[in-house]
Design a protein around this ligand. Structure first.
Ligand code: NAD
Length: 261
């Protein structure tokens, strides 16, 4: 596969799954626009190291994915920097765990904005550029929670089901344009987003963090292994490849058997 000279935006790529996806695309000689929050110096070090290691252009745009105008700016600045937008990975996401009666409305709004609406806004701006170039790959990082529910995750589950539906619609609208739109549905991946949940469970249940980690896996994933960020990045590369050119509006699941049950 050659992605040489192509331009990718990976939202939420300063951490976890997005960071691994950005690294995988850069390693295939794709120019990459990083996005996400974090320490300024650490992000600059990440940007410079990726550019040096892979010999590609790597830029950073700190657009807040709750803000549609900043998302428009992210797409426009990527086009200015790299000459095009060929690949869009909608990955930025947050979580909040609470029963619906106690679920803070502002957390609902933030999760819907970042995990769902941001994907609409980014595609809205990037798709015309991809269609004009007659090639594009839109890869939405959904979740097993786009397919099944868990208690206490009302906003996240609603947003991820929304992502799966949005992916199907965009896939239909892209048919025969050279652009594909597909989703990846990971089960548990050990990133800061999940580590925070494990530590909260350990505190609530008064058990060691290691035991909380084992319990978390045992509840959902028969393989008792976390999917790794690198494995999700491999699936994203696959969706960007010619092998996947006839996949449209689909969901790729990597969840250790979670949704097979
Ligand atoms: P993470 O916390 O490690 O990374 C999240 C990224 O999103 C960070 O770069 C963060 O700065 C960025 N971000 C958060 N709010 C933002 C905002 N308002 N604007 C811009 N960037 C913002 O989490 P992760 O586990 O790598 O999650 C990445 C994606 O994968 C999310 O969409 C998540 O729902 C999904 N996912 C994760 C798992 C898992 O088990 N970790 C499973 C299924 C799906």
């Amino acid at each position: 596969m050659s992605l040489e000279g192509k331009a990718a935006i990976v939202t939420g790529s300063t951490s976890g799954i997005g960071k691994a996806i950005a690294e995988a695309f850069a390693a295939q000689r794709c120019n990459v626009m990083l996005n996400g929050f974090g320490d300024k110096a650490a992000i600059e070090a990440q940007r410079a190291e990726l550019a040096r290691k892979c010999g590609v252009k790597v830029e950073y745009n700190g657009a807040d994915m709750t803000r549609p105008t900043e998302i428009a700016g992210l797409v426009a600045k990527t086009r200015t920097a790299f000459g095009s937008v060929d690949i869009l990975v909608n990955n930025a996401g947050i979580q909040h765990v609470a029963p619906i009666e106690n679920f803070p409305p502002e957390k609902w709004d933030a999760i819907i904005a970042i995990n769902l609406s941001a994907t609409f806004h980014a595609i809205h701006h990037a798709l015309p550029i991809m269609k004009a170039g007659k090639w594009g790959r839109i890869i939405n990082i959904a979740s097993t929670h786009g397919l099944v529910a868990s208690a206490q995750k009302v906003a996240y589950v609603a947003a991820k089901h929304g992502i799966v539906g949005l992916t199907k619609v965009v896939g239909m609208e892209c048919a025969d344009t050279g652009v594909t739109c597909n989703a990846i549905c990971p089960g548990w991946v050990l990133t800061p987003l999940v580590q925070a949940q494990i530590e909260a469970r350990a505190r609530e249940q008064g058990i060691p963090v290691e035991q909380a980690r084992r319990n978390l896996l045992a509840e959902k994933q028969p393989q008792l292994q976390f999917t790794t960020p690198e494995q999700i990045a491999g699936l994203a590369l696959f969706l960007a490849s010619d092998t996947a050119s006839n996949m449209q509006g689909a969901q790729l699941v990597s969840d250790g058997g979670w949704t097979a049950q």
